[in-house]
Design a protein around this ligand. Structure first.
Ligand code: AP5
Ligand code: MG
Length: 221
């Protein structure tokens, strides 16, 4: 059975923050395409080198690079009983590719929560974000500060600001969302999978609403 979730929402909506907690509660992997890309960037792999310029500008990495990378991750055994996908799909072509991957696994998505925030809130969240270099945990200087500045609460790793944390890249990412990702809202609404979650609440309140929706859809907890 298992529980298969895709989180939708603007850059900065809190997908990564919530996906991490939700995956832990469900006991399934958190699969984030942005994190997979950042691993490739850190290791300076060939894929990372091809993706870097797109990421730093705030553009989408082309589908032919992205789809294979995520499909390979979902094919690993730890995803057999479910996953929380964050940042993928981001285009209709990616959503169709995901459906084909799940068809081959003989399964389908259970729910697609949309974490809703305004562009103003998304920008405010993006501009104060710090990320752990070691485990990827995210913090915010105002809304979710680490106990000790510059140090990850979870693993003690060093906190850094992502290379796409520039005002230009933030604006571009919001624009790209409007143009290429927003159509997925209707796509998943038509499929009967979309559930809207108010993202303009505290991290804990968003988490509680999300958990209630996922529990109902997956019959867990
Ligand atoms: P990706 O890493 O996916 O970035 P994103 O979608 O732009 O989303 P973010 O990670 O910026 O935001 P989030 O929603 O996860 O918010 P977070 O939890 O961090 O993608 C990066 C790039 O990779 C893309 O631009 C593209 O180039 C490429 N890429 C990735 N996937 C791709 C794909 N499928 N196809 C093509 N290219 C792809 O929260 C933000 C901040 O807010 C944090 O500081 C957090 O502490 C704080 N916060 C969270 N929740 C709350 C709350 N409730 N109240 C107050 N503060 C909060
Ligand atoms: Mg994220």
């Amino acid at each position: 059975m298992g529980c298969r979730v895709v989180l939708l929402g603007l850059p900065g909506a809190g997908k990564g923050t919530q996906a991490e907690r939700l995956a832990k509660a469900l006991g399934v992997p958190h699969v984030a395409s942005g994190d997979l890309f950042r691993e490739h960037l850190n290791k300076n792999t060939e894929l990372g080198q091809r993706a870097r310029a797109y990421i730093d500008r705030g553009d989408l990495v082309p589908d032919e690079i992205t789809i294979g990378m995520v499909a390979e991750r979902l094919a690993r055994p730890d995803c057999a009983d479910g996953f929380v996908l964050d940042g993928f799909p981001r285009t209709v072509a990616q959503a169709e590719a995901l459906e084909r991957v799940l068809d081959r696994m003989g399964t389908r998505l259970n729910i697609v929560p949309l974490i809703q925030v305004s562009e103003e809130v998304a920008l405010a969240r993006l501009s104060g974000r710090w990320t752990c270099r070691k485990c990827g945990a995210v913090y915010h200087t105002l809304f979710n500060p680490p106990k000790q500045p510059g140090v990850c609460d979870v693993c003690g790793g060093e906190l850094y600001q992502r290379s796409d944390e520039t005002p230009e890249a933030h604006r571009r990412r919001l624009e790209v969302y409007r143009e290429q990702t927003a159509p997925l809202v209707d796509y998943y609404r038509r499929a009967g999978l979309l559930v809207e979650i108010n993202g303009e609440q505290s991290i804990e309140d968003v988490q509680a609403d999300l958990w209630a929706a996922v529990r109902a859809a997956c019959g867990v907890g």
